[in-house]
Structure formats: structure tokens, C-alpha cells
Design a protein around this ligand. Structure first.
Ligand SMILES: Nc1ncnc2c1ncn2[C@@H]1O[C@H](COP(=O)(O)OP(=O)(O)OP(=O)(O)O)[C@@H](O)[C@H]1O
Ligand SMILES: [Mg+2]
Length: 255
């Protein structure tokens, strides 16, 4: 292999090796460094969990990935393409974000589900809409319901369905089951597993260690805007006992 083709091969391998990539990324607002020089590689397949103390920057990390906000410094790339070169609308279509607090239009469930695809000239049939409701375990008659009159957990599920309506490659979920009862949580967890098996990459922020055990393949522990641990979920729970994991959540001791 000559020098140039070796370089090409290397670049190609890097692309395959770093499908979702943060290189020295920081996010600073009002002189607060919320994301602190992060470099991380995230698998293109499977379910990646993000855990960490409240205020450690988990939601900010997802917002950077969905480009709701832009990195102050550093480079984020998807399949080797830098975010600067991907049109924002295309990026948001490919990377769906279900925010921590459901963000829906004050209209019907159907209006919320059809909005995104319509922007791309796609009109969803009744069958498509019903399939979306099934995926998030909502009754079919919910299509005509006004989202303002839904419970918090129902709104969470509409948010997930709305993201799925855009047929994303990657789905970012920010504590999607925090307002759900254990049965609805189980149904949504099954949906998440099925989506992952269909090839959709899932990145989920959760406060529940049990949920990470049940659901995730890879685990990132975020503290003070930095990943202090990145490993397979199996390895994480093998490596650390409960007391050590609790220790990760504690603030730094002041000396
Ligand atoms: N736009 C902003 N302006 C000022 N501070 C911000 C902004 N966005 C986030 N922060 C701060 O950055 C820190 C990280 O916020 P973030 O929402 O990412 O935390 P989190 O890990 O998701 O926390 P939680 O588990 O409570 O949801 C917090 O201290 C938050 O107050
Ligand atoms: Mg958060």
C-alpha cells in the first residue's frame, strides 16, 4: 500500500472508529465552564447511558449533540463529518432529542406527531400514527387529545413518539421515564430496546442505576462537565461496588 492510500485507509478507519465524536469540546456560558474539554467516542450501535450528579452537564451534553447549542471550542463530528458542515435541519432530523421537560405544541397529539415529517414533505398516514402510539404504549384514541390535558408521563411518551416520527438515526433521551409508573416505564424500555435492535443508536441520560443495568451496553459517567468513566455497563458494575459508585456522585471534599 502506498503512503497516500495508507492515509486514506487510516482516515476511513478513524471514521468507522469514531462514529459520534467529541474532540476537546467545551461549552462555556457566563464564564462558567459547563462542559470541560471533553474528548469521547460513542459507538454507533447499541444503547449508551449517561449518568452523573445533578448539574454535571448531562442535558447540556445532549443539547450539544442535537446542536440546540454550539460548542464554545472543539469539534463534534458524526461519521467523520464535522457538525459545521452538516445543515442544522438535517442534523436535527437525523439526531432526535427528547428533552428532560416535554416540549410540545399546545395542540393535539396528531398535530405534534405530523409537524416534523411535514417539514420534510412527508405526510404520515393514520396507520403510521397508530404505529407510533403503539411504540410508546399510548391508546390510539389519544391522537385527538389536546397535549395540554395529558399527564406528565403521557406527555413524555408523546415526546418520544414525536421524535420517532422523524425516523432518526440517533435518538437522544433525557430521563424519558422519570415521570412514568413502573409498568409504563417497562413498556418504554422495551420500545427503546426494540429501536436499538432496529439499528437506531440510543443515548439515554438517566438517574437510575437500575435502568442503566437493564438497558445500556456502554456507560459514560459525567462529573463537573468531564467524563470520569467510560466503559461497558457490565464492566462498570463489575469494577465498582455500590459504595464506590455512590462516591462518584459526591462533591469533591474541600480541604
Ligand atoms: N444556558 C445556561 N445558562 C447558565 N447556566 C446553565 C445553562 N445551561 C446549563 N447551565 C448550568 O450548567 C450546569 C449543567 O446543567 P445540565 O442541565 O446540563 O445538568 P444535568 O447534568 O442535566 O443535571 P440534572 O441531572 O439535574 O438534569 C448546571 O449547573 C446548570 O445550571
Ligand atoms: Mg438534565
Amino acid at each position: 500500500m502506498n503512503g497516500q492510500s495508507m492515509d486514506n485507509q487510516k482516515q476511513k478507519n478513524n471514521g468507522e472508529d469514531c462514529p459520534i465524536c467529541f474532540q476537546n469540546v467545551s461549552f462555556i456560558i457566563n464564564s462558567n465552564q459547563i462542559i470541560n474539554n471533553i474528548s469521547v467516542r460513542i459507538d454507533r450501535k447499541g444503547i449508551t447511558g449517561i449518568i452523573g450528579p445533578s448539574g454535571s452537564g448531562k442535558s447540556t451534553f445532549l443539547r450539544l449533540l442535537n446542536r440546540l447549542i454550539s460548542a464554545t471550542t472543539g469539534r463534534i463530528s458524526l461519521d467523520e463529518k464535522s457538525y459545521d458542515t452538516i445543515p442544522v435541519r438535517e442534523l436535527r432530523k437525523r439526531i432526535g432529542l427528547v428533552q428532560q421537560r416535554p416540549y410540545l405544541f399546545a395542540k393535539t397529539v396528531e398535530d405534534n406527531l405530523t409537524y416534523g415529517p411535514r417539514i420534510w414533505g412527508v405526510s404520515l398516514s393514520k396507520k403510521d400514527l397508530i404505529e407510533l402510539l403503539d411504540k410508546v404504549a399510548l391508546p390510539h384514541e389519544f391522537l385527538d387529545r389536546d397535549v395540554e390535558n395529558l399527564s406528565g408521563g403521557e406527555q413524555q411518551r408523546v415526546s418520544v413518539a414525536r421524535s420517532l416520527a422523524n425516523n432518526p438515526d440517533i435518538l437522544l433521551l433525557d430521563e424519558p421515564t422519570s415521570a412514568l409508573d413502573i409498568v409504563s416505564e417497562e413498556i418504554l424500555e422495551n420500545t427503546i430496546r426494540n429501536l436499538s435492535q432496529e439499528g437506531i443508536k440510543i443515548i439515554i441520560v438517566t438517574h437510575s442505576l437500575e435502568q442503566t443495568k437493564r438497558l445500556t451496553d456502554q456507560l459514560l459517567f459525567l462529573k463537573d462537565g468531564k467524563f470520569i468513566e467510560k466503559t461497558s455497563t457490565k464492566e462498570f458494575f463489575h469494577k465498582y461496588n455500590e459504595k464506590e459508585i455512590r462516591g462518584f456522585f459526591k462533591k469533591k471534599e474541600s480541604r
